[in-house]
Ligand binder design. Structure first.
Ligand SMILES: *Cc1c(COP(=O)(O)O)cnc(C)c1O
Length: 368
């Protein structure tokens, strides 16, 4: 029987080293609440990511919710429908109205040229997403935010390790969020983080993720509980040592895909952007049914029937889900590029252990 080739597989740290760290945690009996592994992973991530401050979280959704709380965001927030639902859900959980703006088809990211038209007197922030780890036009977005006095929170769940001209993309905007879910390029099983620019914000976020406690008897804000525990922090420290080789392996997969698919009529994909260190976390292709001969869904099903499990990320658009469909900004005529991309995308299997044989099998399915 054919083995299944799935879109993402988690990278696991060496088990013997992990068990010895587990022993250390067991012996110390300090299993959560800002322990030594929690602090060590925050520092290691600052160094690796080239950012000044990191606060660890228990997943990648709570940093979004907490960022909105930390900056007192209310009213309306401008965001993209072309993302994972958690982006918009974080607004909903804060009683904020999402306002969807169409994407730039050249990147899949929110189109900065369409942001200003969506700003109202109630707008307080912009929440863009670096989709597939492709950097947003952060300069243009910041210029608009400055002009209107808006905050910018980046959902950088896909952008671990992404740099533009040697600088981390995570330093853009007021805050950036990360996800370390098992399916991401760097994982702590479940986990996430907020990246901030100054010590004061780091302190505020650290309070917020621990119920607002600033001391034994002092609660300074209505916080939540979203701290990462020691076991996953230790796992994360081990996994961090392998992330560069994982990204390099994924880069090689991307090169193979591009070489093989470049001249296939009706199939397009993104090339690297100049000056950008990509993380190759996803490899989306876009199917033009007329030129390719069959539709995206037909290709998707054909792959699936041969044991190749791609993903239609991101389909359906967030604006099509029941919670959001009724919003004025969710009407399809407001989001034509996002609909086109959502209707044509398949993310091909992408991970560090994909063999030459697997890659050839996937390519053969698409080329034929
Ligand atoms: C994965 C993801 C999240 C949520 O992260 P979790 O760790 O699964 O909670 C948020 N936004 C985007 C764009 C994601 O891909």
């Amino acid at each position: 029987m054919d083995k299944k080739i799935t879109v993402t597989q988690p990278q696991l740290p060496p088990l013997d080293e992990f068990t010895s760290l587990l022993r250390e945690i067991w012996d110390s009996k300090w299993i959560t609440n800002n322990g030594s592994f929690h602090r060590a992973l925050e520092q290691a991530l600052c160094d690796y990511l080239k950012v000044p401050y990191v606060s660890l979280f228990t997943n990648g959704t709570l940093p979004l919710i907490t960022a909105l709380q930390a900056l007192n965001i209310t009213g309306e927030v401008i965001t993209t429908p072309y993302s994972f639902v958690a982006t918009t859900h974080s607004l909903w959980w804060n009683g904020i109205k999402p306002v969807f703006v169409d994407i730039d088809p050249r990147t899949g990211n929110i189109d900065p040229e369409r942001i200003e038209a969506a700003i109202t007197l109630r707008t307080t922030a912009i929440m863009p997403v670096h989709v597939y780890g492709k950097p947003c036009d952060t300069e243009r977005i910041q210029a608009i935010a400055d002009k209107y006095g808006l905050r910018v929170i980046y959902d950088a769940a896909h952008a671990f390790g992404v740099e533009v001209n040697g600088e981390s993309i995570l330093n853009a905007g007021d805050l950036s969020t990360l996800s370390f879910h098992a399916t991401k390029v760097y994982n702590t099983i479940e986990g996430g983080a907020l990246v901030m620019h100054d010590a004061k914000m780091k302190q505020r976020i650290d309070y917020l993720k621990n119920f607002g406690f600033a001391g034994e008897t002092e609660v300074v804000a209505p916080g939540i509980n979203s701290k990462m525990d020691e076991i996953r922090a230790a796992y994360g420290l081990l996994n961090l040592r392998q992330v560069d080789s994982a990204i390099e392996a994924r880069h090689q997969v991307a090169i193979r895909y591009r070489e093989a698919l470049r001249d296939v009529a009706g199939i397009t994909f993104f090339d690297d952007m100049p000056g950008v260190r990509h993380n190759y976390s996803y490899f989306p292709i876009f199917v033009d049914a007329e030129k390719y001969g069959i539709s995206r869904d037909e290709l998707y099903e054909r792959m699936k029937s041969r044991g190749v499990y791609g993903r239609r990320y991101f389909y359906p658009l967030i604006s099509e889900f029941a919670t959001y469909r009724g919003l004025e900004s969710a009407r399809p005529s407001n989001l034509p590029e996002a609909h086109r991309m959502a209707d044509s995308v398949i993310c091909l299997p992408m991970h560090h252990e994909l063999s030459e044989e697997d890659i050839d099998r996937i390519i053969d399915l698409i080329v034929k």
